[in-house]
Ligand binder design. Structure first.
Ligand code: NBG
Length: 842
């Protein structure tokens, strides 16, 4: 991007030019249709070893991917060279998850060659769309947190900020969800089985990671005290790099994922003793470290492999930074001027102790200056207030695996607690609360506290969430260091989530306001000039209906369910969790079901309810909710009295690709978590950007979307976070709602009537009981307000003109939710990172 063009840079900071490396001229750089055809055919023969008549779809996908990969190599080589040469701070994003989504289609779009590729492939007699779909989705994340990391990497590249994303190259990513008789079953995700054309292994940057063993203290010749860590075993980390392109910019950032490999692939001693299997045992054990992504919503306490994974990737990454730092000719004293390290939740928080170890034990720095540099280098983002997700490691497990780190954590803690005692003399309760070690029961290391104490900046991911961090979860820390806390509301990349996923609406937008919006989402405001233009609104509605027809065809192909594209598409897609309250949505569906059964002539806006999402494999309640949705679908979809006015669809295996199909087709976005539980949510932003209206509780980013689009274009219901707490404090009694609201009572009774479950009255009993006995997530308290709000929505939808205008205003006012805005804020406030000046694309 040329200098002076603000949309692709961080304002207020000086930019440094990218030094161009000349890549030899080659047909591989040529973006024309003919060159793409040549390249595709060449890769089919020479890379895949196939010829067109025998090639299968996967071969064709691979051939095209290699052709596209060739075309991004110049950007890659240029950027990587520059990391080494430039005197500029590099952002390092440490994340255990990256939910990337398919690369081929994204890279075509980033290179601006979708049309050329479509033409080239079709002239050769194939179909580009099929090849795009052939790519196995790289699903190295559970949900919002991993997808946020992927959006952030893309925005960093688009804004020309030098960045490295560090993580784990899981052999098996997020499981594939299949539905058997309405129940979720899991299949392993073998995304690497047939090869991954987008990654580049760098064996020369291999790192060594130690585990277990013991420590030894000694004095050197000058009498200085040192500690040596004698490990029980060592594992190697091999980096695999994936280039991350930015939108219309000549650079490619690096996503570096580590694969674990046995240090000694074969134990010859044991082999010579005739123990062949024993000899490979150690190899197998070491390599399991990067095998599988942990599902969230499962207690990880006690899961040694999880801690091994975290330490493994963090240690590799920090060693890699030190290696590059030295290559750049710097000494460790100015480490923090060259690196801004962001911890994506607590998963990488062991990094605080590891960087201290590397500085003090390996590079022989003194404790105080080392600590100063460590704290200036790290920032920490918290992504949840849910207590079960706050990582704690039992001391015994921790010291067994990382004995030296435990000593370091004790030392950090001792110094930190001395500070607390000095400012709050006699306040032992406070000391116990903030300590890095939980000593209340079995002793634990509190990873969140380690992250907070070891960072110069701590942030939440929406205004409400940050407020709750400051006043509740991290209140004591906030009182000590208010200046370290800030809010950074999440964002999503409009390239994948609008331009790529919704080409129909994107062209309409471009036709109206020009083509700058994907790089500068505030441009969408210009759409408001058309909000009163009947003809334009008519086209807006027609476009949305076309998109809805596409989804109807997909639904019918996948599930056999026929839905009406003119009905209101009411969508909830996200992880299945009680706090997200998919079962509140079900109570709404059953309410309408009962109403129609009672009075078949009732006037009701036809609705299609669409669900998608995975439950953690061991989360029984979430799995039961999936079963419930399927049972309700059976009852509703086949009831002649309902007559097709309501349809319920569960689309299996929700992932990034499926999201790309669903968001554009939604009329109504369901964001109905118990207030105070959803840190931010990012699906809500994707919906609004694509023109869906939102029904939401006052939670997470919902409130900020409402502020932007206007209360009159948004449907808010339910208790506030504060009210939720007050209700709980004053002895919340769900039974009272059951008694006093007859519609609610009928719906809940239906759950245990057997009518939804082939006469089995006990199947959904656990849901009924949990709602009536405790109702942890307060569905019953919010039920009436939700139903009333939905009734109002049904009315508004009948006035299609009004609805369409609201839809357009939602899109035009969604600019804030671009991840470019979020990344700018991180760069300016936390990372102090600048854009580099990249020569324009030729
Ligand atoms: C999730 C929150 C979401 C939030 C994303 C990204 C975790 C631990 N947290 O509300 O539940 O949008 O993080 O910040 O996955």
């Amino acid at each position: 991007m040329a200098k002076g063009k603000d949309s692709n840079s961080i304002k207020g900071n000086k930019t440094i030019p990218l030094k161009q490396v000349t890549v030899p001229d080659s047909d591989r750089k040529n973006l024309s249709v003919d060159a793409l055809k040549r390249s595709f055919i060449e890769h089919l023969y020479y890379t895949m070893g196939k010829y067109p008549a025998v090639a299968n779809q996967h071969d064709l996908y691979m051939a095209l991917s290699h052709a596209v990969r060739d075309r991004l190599m110049e950007r890659w080589i240029n950027t990587v060279q520059n990391y080494r040469q430039m005197d500029i701070r590099v952002v390092c994003y440490l994340s255990a998850e990256y939910l990337l989504g398919k690369h081929l289609v994204n890279n075509l779009s980033m290179l601006g060659i979708c049309d050329q590729a479509r033409q080239a492939i079709s002239e050769l007699g194939f179909d580009l769309q099929r090849l795009i779909e052939e790519e196995p989705e790289p699903g190295l994340g559970n949900g919002g947190l991993g997808r946020l990391a992927a959006c952030f990497m893309e925005s960093l590249a688009t804004l020309n900020v030098p960045a490295i994303g560090y993580g784990i190259r899981y052999e098996f990513g997020m499981f594939e969800q299949v539905i058997e008789d309405g129940w979720q079953a899991e299949r392993t995700d073998k995304w690497l089985q047939l090869g991954n054309p987008w990654e580049i292994p760098s064996a020369d940057c291999e790192m060594e990671v130690k585990f277990g063993g013991h420590t030894e203290a000694y004095h050197d010749q000058q009498g200085r005290y040192h500690v040596r860590w004698v490990p029980r075993y060592v594992v190697n980390g091999i980096p695999y790099d994936t280039p991350i392109l930015g939108y219309r910019t000549n650079m490619a950032n690096r996503l570096r994922l580590w694969k674990a490999q046995a240090a000694e692939s074969f134990n010859f001693e044991r082999f010579n003793q005739g123990d062949y299997l024993g000899a490979v045992d150690q190899k197998i054990e070491s390599e399991t470290i990067s095998d599988v992504l942990y599902p969230n919503d499962e207690k990880t306490t006690g899961k040694q492999l999880r801690l091994e994974q975290q330490y493994f990737f963090v240690s590799c990454s920090l060693q890699d930074m030190i290696r590059i730092h030295k290559l750049r000719g710097h000494s460790l004293e100015d480490f923090d001027t060259q690196w801004a390290i962001q911890m994506n939740d607590t998963h990488p928080s062991i990094g605080v102790a590891e960087l201290m170890r590397l500085f003090v034990d390996v590079h022989e720095m003194d404790w105080e200056p080392a600590w100063e540099i460590v704290r200036k280098s790290f920032g920490f983002t918290n992504h949840t207030l849910m207590s079960e997700a706050l990582e704690c490691w039992p001391l015994a497990l921790f010291s067994n695996l990382l004995p030296r780190h435990l000593e370091i954590i004790y030392e950090i803690n001792q110094r930190f607690l001395a500070e607390v005692r000095a400012t709050h003399p006699g306040d032992d309760a406070r000391v116990a609360r903030v300590s890095l070690i939980d000593e209340t029961g079995e002793h634990y290391v509190r990873m969140a506290h380690l992250a907070v104490v070891g960072s110069h900046a701590i942030n939440g991911v929406s205004a409400l969430h940050t407020h709750l961090l400051e006043t509740e979860l991290f209140r004591d820390f906030y009182q000590m260091w208010p200046e370290r806390f800030s809010n950074k509301t999440n964002g999503v990349t409009p390239r994948r989530w609008l331009l790529l996923s919704n080409p129909r609406l994107s062209s309409l937008i471009t036709e109206c306001i020009g083509s700058k919006w994907p790089a500068d989402l505030e441009e969408l405001r210009k759409l408001e000039a058309c909000a009163g233009d009947m003809q334009f609104l008519g086209r807006w509605k027609d476009t949305q209906e076309d998109v809805k027809r596409d989804l109807a065809a997909y639904i019918s192909a996948k599930t056999g369910i026929v839905v009406d594209p003119t009905s209101l598409y009411d969508v909830q897609v996200k992880r299945i969790h009680e706090y997200k309250r998919q079962h509140l949505k079900v109570l709404h569906i059953l309410t309408l079901f009962n109403r129609i059964k009672r009075n078949p002539n009732i006037s009701i806006s036809p609705r299609t309810f669409i669900f998608g999402g995975k439950a953690a494999p061991s989360y029984r309640m979430a799995k039961l909710i999936i079963k419930l949705i399927h049972s309700v679908a059976q009852a509703v979809n086949n009831d002649p009295l309902i007559g097709g006015r309501l349809k319920v669809v569960f689309l299996p295996d929700y992932n990034v690709s499926l999201g790309q199909r669903i968001y554009p087709a939604a009329d109504l976005s369901e964001q109905i978590s118990t207030a105070g539980k959803e840190a931010s949510g990012t699906g809500c932003m994707k919906f609004a950007m694509n023109g869906a209206l939102t029904i939401a509780t006052p939670d997470g980013a919902n409130l900020e979307i409402r502020d932007e689009v206007g209360a009159e274009n948004f449907f808010l219901f339910g208790l506030t976070a504060e009210q939720v707490q007050q209700f709980k404090a004053s002895g919340y009694n769900p039974y009272q709602y059951y008694e006093n609201d007859s519609e609610l009572r009928e719906v809940l009774d239906l759950l245990i009537s057997g009518e939804l479950s082939l006469g089995d009255r006990s199947l959904f009993r656990p849901i009924f009981d949990s709602l009536l006995q405790r109702d942890e997530y307060m569905l019953l308290a919010d039920y009436r307000s939700y139903i009333d709000c939905q009734d109002h929505i049904g009315q508004v939808f009948l006035d299609r003109h009004r609805w369409t205008r609201m839809s357009l205003l939602n899109v035009s006012r969604s600019g804030k939710f671009s991840s470019d805005r979020a990344i700018r804020e991180y760069c300016e406030d936390i990372w102090k990172a600048t854009s580099i000046e990249v020569s324009p694309i030729p």
